[in-house]
Design a protein around this ligand. Sequence first.
Ligand SMILES: Nc1nc2c(ncn2[C@@H]2O[C@H](COP(=O)(O)OP(=O)(O)OP(=O)(O)O)[C@@H](O)[C@H]2O)c(=O)[nH]1
Ligand SMILES: [Mg+2]
Length: 300
Amino acid sequence: MQDLTQKTGFIALVGRPNVGKSTLLNTLLGEKIAAVSRKPQTTRTSITGILTKENCQYIFLDTPGIHKPRTKLGNMMMKSAFNATADVCLVMLVVEPLAEIHPIEKELMEKFQKMGVPVVLLINKTDIFTPEDIIRTIDVFSKAYSFRAVIPLSGKTGDGVEIIFKEAEPFLEEAPWFFSSDMITDQPERTIAAEIIREKLLKLLDKEIPHGLAVVIEDFKESEKLIDIRAEIFCEKASHKKIVIGKDGAMLKKVGSFAREDLEAFFGVHVNINLWVKVKENWRDSEQLLHTLGFRDTEI
Ligand SMILES: Nc1nc2c(ncn2[C@@H]2O[C@H](COP(=O)(O)OP(=O)(O)OP(=O)(O)O)[C@@H](O)[C@H]2O)c(=O)[nH]1
Ligand SMILES: [Mg+2]
């Protein structure tokens, strides 16, 4: 007979920047809710992805990549990542098959051991590494630490991803679900819209500018067939503002149209995006501005 007792638990996806945590979250959900880019430090706050399968509700937490912070924003990102691991039933450490343990990964593993939280190792990006790289990575990590399971996978192609559920299930606790079974995230729609717009800025702009950008949704009007969004993009310098706008507004137009494509796919209705660019110097180091921009110390 099928077991109908509800089980649930929080599972944190943790690791260095750029290893592919957000890509994996999107693949697990089959929907794009988290921003992904080639540039490290894409994710700024923890993002919840919910998946209900039979009697199990898995609540994944995508976290900012662990790095040594150099700004107040960086500090808040690290707080967000570490807070996310506080009440989880399982941590999934995401690494690339580089056959070596990075000092940050060492630090993380020591922390998890102290906390006594079980850890599963996810060796990501198997689609672009050789089987030898993967075997050597499994070897190096399993000799150094004891993992509840080691899963080689590709968040990009989806190869091996299903195994996550099988390995995580024993760690879920018998408890009523927190969310209804059709929910995939508890992120407000505005936050998803801001993240997708920021992702396009990260993709389309070069070098350091994207890290100095923040997106705030000023207005989000929803009707049956249309969502009307007005967003403000904050940058740190007037010269950056020029670049973000582009010649005759070309860059902004591109950002808006790429974001619209993704958001229409996500919301299933037409989306209108109005973008405005503003300069706020040093916002990454101003606690007050970070608060205005939605980074709350208590939340993260
Ligand atoms: N080939 C390949 N590329 C991947 C895979 N997973 C992620 N990537 C790429 O790696 C880059 C970083 O991916 P993200 O998902 O943003 O990484 P992240 O760990 O969330 O990064 P932060 O948010 O900065 O911590 C992107 O260019 C992805 O397309 C994978 O399985 N295979
Ligand atoms: Mg990310």
